[in-house]
Design a protein around this ligand. Sequence first.
Ligand code: FBP
Length: 282
Amino acid sequence: GNLARMLMQGKLGGTGKMVILPVDQGFEHGPARSFASNPAAYDPHYHFQLALDAGLSAYAAPLGMLEAASGSYAGSIPTILKLNSSNSLATEKDQAVTGSVSDALRLGCAAIGFTIYPGSEYQFKLMEQFRELADEAKSVGLAVVLWSYPRGPMLDKAGETAVDICAYAAHMAALLGAHVIKVKPPTDHIGLEAAKKAYEKVDTSTLEKRIAHVVQSCFAGRRLVIFSGGEASDSASLLETIRGVHAGGGSGSIVGRNSFTRPRDEALALLSQIIAIYQGKV
Ligand code: FBP
């Protein structure tokens, strides 16, 4: 079905791994913070072309971004319609629903995408919204990708990526029925006091081991877990993270800012190095 479409697309087709380009940062962080360093990226066509030329598995974006390029690119690469978005003017850890399953069908998407913020004051509402949209999406054969990003009053910055919190957020995403689960790479830190004792039994000393723990937390590896790229950083440290994800059995990466804030040639070179890691070539 539609999940297979993503797993068969591009240079990683047939390997069980995927690299996805997400471009919802205009919504989440604003246009200049997202695109000023590489102004070609203000154009929605740019991202389709980048994802295609890089041989990626799928392209994820909010409604307007997909609509603005669908005339030229419909059917060229599997797309994920991001159905909710936050913005940097918000004072609350919440997201607005900005698209529907019928939009996803109209645009020929392979999947819907949704964000929950486990730990926020709105976490239960977000989970309930997801449940309804995921139910509708699955009933028409669309795949379901869930961004599970812990944040809220219980968590400081370090807590948001703490290995126990990351595994917990990923596990809840699996329980909510996501086919593909997206989390940030976990750090060697325990965020929840109540979990400290349990983690005496889990080796979290290397990124590889932490990734393996997060993957195990998603039904012993029966779900696809992919890890985000994060803020633009130097290529060497990004590639180091990707090697850790691969070694730990992660299913791939979703790399936004580290692709489109770089000039196109540099982005293509970096993405091909990332793909080579998932192909097991380096
Ligand atoms: P990046 O590779 O740019 O980090 O993209 C991944 C992503 O999940 C985007 O889809 C989303 O806009 C962004 O990160 C949200 O990051 P944050 O909530 O940390 O601002």
